[in-house]
Design a protein around this ligand. Structure first.
Ligand SMILES: [Zn+2]
Length: 75
C-alpha cells in the first residue's frame, strides 16, 4: 500500500518525503491520504514528534528523516 503511494508520488516527480493520512478527528476514519515536501519550517514540527500522530487528525505513514545538523538558528 505504502509502496504504491511512493510509486504514484515518484510518478508525479514529488519526492514522497512525507506521507500522511488525514483522519476524521475523534475517530480512526481516514478522510484522505496526502503527501508533501516539508519545508524547513514544517519539517521540525513533524520530525520532533515521537509518535505517529502529531495532531489528532494526522497519522504519519512515512516521514523521511533528514540528516541531523547542528543548527541553532531560530525561525
Ligand atoms: Zn512549510
Amino acid at each position: 500500500m505504502l509502496t504504491r503511494f511512493k510509486e504514484i508520488a515518484s510518478g508525479l516527480e514529488i519526492p514522497p518525503s512525507f506521507i500522511f493520512a488525514r483522519l476524521i478527528p475523534g475517530s480512526s476514519v481516514v478522510a484522505a491520504i496526502n503527501w508533501r515536501v516539508l519545508c524547513d519550517r514544517c519539517y521540525p514540527e513533524f520530525a520532533r514528534t515521537q509518535g505517529k500522530m502529531p495532531r489528532p487528525d494526522i497519522y504519519i505513514m512515512h516521514l523521511e528523516r533528514r540528516e541531523q545538523k547542528e543548527r541553532k538558528k531560530k525561525g
